[in-house]
Structure formats: C-alpha cells, structure tokens
Ligand binder design. Structure first.
Ligand code: PEP
Length: 255
C-alpha cells in the first residue's frame, strides 16, 4: 500500500501565500509512486491551486464540505461544487466536530456525498482527553468508524482513508501531550481488526493514517508503527522545510 502524507493548512495563508507555498513544494518534490502527498488549503485557494497543481507530485483535499448538492445553505460549499477541483476530502476533523458541532450523522452524509462526487474521504476519528482518561477510546473510535462508514458500499470502501487523531494530541506546542507510538500502535491494530471483522478482506486495503502534533523529529516513530500507512499533519505542514522533511522520512521508511 502507498504511504499518504496529508498537510491540513486549516484557516491559514492568503490565496497568494498558498500559491507561493504550493510552487515551492512542487519545486522540491519529485514524482513518487509510493508516496501520495496531499495538501488541504482553505476553500478560496482550492480552485486557483487546482490550476497550478502538478498532479503527479501532489493532490488537493478539501478540509470539509456540505453533503447537500446545492441549495439554501448560506456560506457552505458542497462536494458537488468541489468535484474536479479536489481528489480528497477531510471529513469529520475534530475541529469540525467540536467547534462546528458536526455529528456522526452529518459526517456519514459527508462521506457519502464525497464518494458520489469522486472525492476520496479522509475520515478523521479520535477520542477526547476525557474519553481517553476514562478508558473509552476504543468504544468511541468504534462508534465514529462504523458510524461514519455505515452508508458506504463494499466497492467504495476501497476509496476511503481513515485518520486516527487523538484530540488530546492535536496541536500540542509543548509536546507534553504527544501520543506514545506504543499507544498509537495498539489503537491502529484495534482499528484494523474492527474493519476486518465488520467488512472482511477489503479492510486490508484501507489506509490508516496517524495525526497529532507530527513533526520532523517524531514522524519516523509514527511511520514505522506496523499498519500505519501515513500521516495527517497540521502545524508542521505550514512550514515547507518541516513538511518536506516529513515527506523525506516517509520515503526513507518506504525504501
Ligand atoms: C490536525 O489538526 O489534523 C493535526 C494533526 O494538527 P497538528 O499536527 O497541528 O497536531
């Protein structure tokens, strides 16, 4: 299976800055068959960047999307409108769940909408600090995983990516809340097992990514966990040198 390195730019960069950054990334990256590099700029930058993009080196993802095709949803952008512009869509990011109150039902609908518009969903799941402390990690993840995928057909399951992002490990600047690779490994094994028990053989084809304060110094430790097929990177993806260093690590791990 390929390795996926996804940079979630969140609400950062003007369109001009995003374009300059993309140019820089494309200059530094080589075409790599075994690594898929994906960046998720904000909505306004997606269309211009899609015209600038060399798809052999890099792909675009939307950070979110509205599951309705068209209609009276002021301020929203649908997967139908994103079709042809992005190849991937981040769905159910913890900031969307927490700050914008997206529910499992919304997320299920977004997964389905992305798929019917030829956009591969990157379904984010993760437990909060309280759930982690109370030992609820596995049951929460199971609900988010099975809940998010429940409308997906067997043939579409192969198009999905899952990102495990413990909410307590996201954007920690001090590094005191980093998830230990052993702990991530246990969760990843659990997710793979749950997918296999629920969906059978296709489970082996679903990439499992890790996200949570990944940076150039810890990327190797997460990427060498058995069954981790890539990384979802927030803060460190905003700095070209750091993001490229993480991609280089992924390449070394693959080689
Ligand atoms: C994220 O928000 O998906 C993320 C992983 O952020 P960070 O790398 O900054 O923790």
């Amino acid at each position: 299976m390929k390795s996926y390195i996804v940079g979630n730019w969140k609400m950062n960069f003007t369109v001009g800055e995003a374009s300059v950054y993309l140019h820089k990334l494309m200059q530094k990256l080589r075409t790599m068959r075994e690594i898929e590099v994906i960046v998720a700029p904000s909505f306004v930058a997606l269309q211009p960047l899609s015209l600038q993009l060399d798809r052999k080196k890099l792909r675009l993802a939307a950070q979110a999307g509205n599951p309705h095709d068209f209609g009276a949803y002021t301020g929203e952008v649908s997967y139908t409108q994103l079709r042809g512009i992005v190849d991937y869509g981040i769905v159910g990011h913890s900031e969307r769940r927490q700050l914008f109150h997206e529910t499992d039902k919304d997320i299920r609908a977004a997964v389905a909408a992305a798929l019917r518009n030829q956009i591969a969903p990157i379904l984010c799941i993760g437990e909060t600090e309280t759930e982690h402390t109370f030992g609820e990690t596995k049951s929460v993840l199971r609900d988010q995983l099975i809940g998010g995928l429940s409308e997906v057909s067997t043939e579409d399951l192969e198009k999905i990516l899952i990102a495990y992002e413990p909410v307590w490990a996201i954007s920690t600047t001090t590094g005191t809340h980093l998830a230990a690779p052993d702990e991530v490994s246990e969760v990843i094994q659990y997710l793979r097992r749950t997918l296999r028990e629920t969906y059978g053989e296709v489970a082996a084809k679903i990439p499992l990514l890790y996200g949570g304060s990944v940076n150039p110094s810890n990327a190797g430790a997460y990427l060498t966990i058995p069954d981790v097929n890539g990384l979802l990177v927030g803060g460190a993806s905003l700095v070209a040198e750091k993001f490229i260093s993480i991609i280089d690590t992924a390449k070394k791990v693959k080689d």
